[in-house]
Design a protein around this ligand. Structure first.
Ligand SMILES: C[S@@+](CC[C@H](N)C(=O)[O-])C[C@H]1O[C@@H](n2cnc3c(N)ncnc32)[C@H](O)[C@@H]1O
Length: 155
């Protein structure tokens, strides 16, 4: 299933997502559909271990190049393939910039693999997780006439 077409989260928006999620050094983040790796790189810059999976090999290569240029590869794991290849959901934070249908598909998969971490934070960009109430919502003025809405959920 295609979760969403490619669109990049701008770096300032990615940083706002990670701040909303309270991502800390030493934590583990997963970006489902990581595209060319902006969120992954920003997470690794904070000292987190960042895992990205994307169905498009070309984008994963670009993500790898982005992280390599920044010297972040020791904290980054990138996987080419369908998100269903993710068998363990042992993460502190999951970042999603997908369609609503994509978010639902990922959440259903996630809930069928219980996470051993005490609390999982899910941060989404512009699209809600329809079955859950967000614990925080942040409007982010990215540019004039371009506002992004960020949602934080905890499970
Ligand atoms: C809107 S983009 C988000 C990219 C990145 N997360 C960001 O925020 O910059 C959605 C990404 O999901 C990927 N994608 C779509 N379906 C997928 C699937 N079934 N498994 C893994 N990745 C998928 C697309 O290739 C695309 O790069």
């Amino acid at each position: 299933m295609i979760l969403a077409p490619f669109d990049r989260t701008p770096p300032t928006v990615a940083r706002a997502m990670l701040k909303l999620a309270g991502l800390r050094q030493g934590e583990r983040l997963l970006d489902v559909g990581c595209g060319d790796g902006v969120i992954i790189a920003e997470a690794a810059k904070l000292g987190a271990t960042a895992v990205g999976v994307d169905i498009e090999a070309r984008l994963v290569r670009q993500a790898w190049e982005r992280c390599a240029k920044l010297g972040l590869l020791s904290r980054v794991h990138l996987v080419v393939g369908d998100y269903k290849a993710v068998k363990s959901w042992e993460f502190n934070v999951i970042a999603l910039y997908l369609t609503t249908r994509g978010n639902i598909a990922v959440l259903e998969d996630l809930l069928s693999h219980p996470s051993p971490t005490s609390q999982l934070r899910i941060v989404t960009h512009d699209f809600r997780l329809p079955m859950l109430e967000p614990v925080r919502v942040r409007e982010f003025g990215y540019r004039r006439f371009d506002r992004r809405t960020l949602y934080l959920y905890t499970i």
